[in-house]
Structure formats: C-alpha cells, structure tokens
Design a protein around this ligand. Sequence first.
Ligand code: FES
Length: 217
Amino acid sequence: MLPTQPHAWTPVALSADLPAASVLPAHLPGGALAVWRAEDGTVSAVADRCPHRGMRLSHGFVRGEALSCIYHGWRYGKTGRCLAIPAHPALSPPDAIRVATYRTGERDGIIWVTRSQEAGALPAHDGFVGLRSITLASTPEALVSSLGGTAEGGSLDGTIGGVEARLLMAPAGDEGALLCHLLVAADAMLEEKVAASRGLEELRRRAEAAGTTRAAA
Ligand code: FES
C-alpha cells in the first residue's frame, strides 16, 4: 500500500517543516536519511551516517551550503563530498570521503526523495497544500479502514474533521509505525485547517486502536 516500487518517490516531510539552514531525520524503505536545506533554499538528502565515526548527520547543523556533523564537525556539500575537516584545517579532504546522496524534489509543499536515478516526475497533488505531518503506531490497512475509502500509491482521500483532505503515507522508520502527511485544499480557511488538524488526531486514535485490535486478533 505504501509506494515501494524501486523508482517511486517517497514524501519525507513538509516543506514548511524544513526552513533554510536546517536538517531533519527522514526514512526511505531500506534506510535512514538526513534531509537538509541550505541557506540558498536547496534541499538535499544524504544517508544518515557520518563516514567518520557513524554519528547521525541529522543531529548536525547547516551553515551556508554545507551540512556539518555534530561530533567532530566534518563538513559535507550538496554532492555529498567532504569539504573540510576542522581538526586538519590545512588538509583538502580526499574525494573518496563522501556520504551517499539521494535525489530530492519539492512540489505542493511536500519534500520527496528517491533512491532511483530513473524515477519520473514528482507526484502531483494540484490544488492541495501540506498542512501537518504526524506519526502513527499503526498500519496503512488500519488507517485506510479507519478513514474509509481506498488508498492508491500511498495516497488516501477522505473527510477529516469535516474537511475534504488527502493523506500521503510513508515509512516512519520504526517498525509498526507510519508517517502521514495531511494535505488540504490550497484555499482552505484557517478554521478548516484547525478542524482538519484536530480530525487527524482523532483519526490517529482510531487507527492505532484498530491496528492494536488486528495485531491481537
Ligand atoms: S563522526 Fe562525524 S565528524 Fe566524526
């Protein structure tokens, strides 16, 4: 039910949750990522493991156009190449010191990542805008049955808090957890956004209860 095809794009975060000069953790099927936005607005995604001693790069920080590891400060550029090693300021790091990078894209207020070089155009959700992301201790099946309707390619339409909305589902990293991005109409009023956000919390309670019931059955 989640988009697991090798050339699929995965919705990892809302654009609004990744301002300039910041980094956050994310997940693709098969591994953890650090997704970061340079000060010029460019989004990059790298494996969440520093080549030096394995610290999570999502714990790091962004200065200018580089992501720095929080442990010893090794600095990585958008291509994944190590640009500087603070303990050896005169050293130009060998080209072989680099972190794996992944393709990224932004559309409709959503950040997408793929491992594939052959992935096509980004999924379109015209007329919608990302409102909120939430993690559920549940399954896609329990979420779909709690909301009603059918999921297609990780996307689920329905009424949430009385508001027409769309959910995009993605892996959350922990086993048995699910990341959901709530999209509402781009011209939704503030009160509709508040209602949809509250409705999503109620939907989470129902989906988690349904997931628990299924696991116990
Ligand atoms: S572990 Fe990242 S710089 Fe040392």
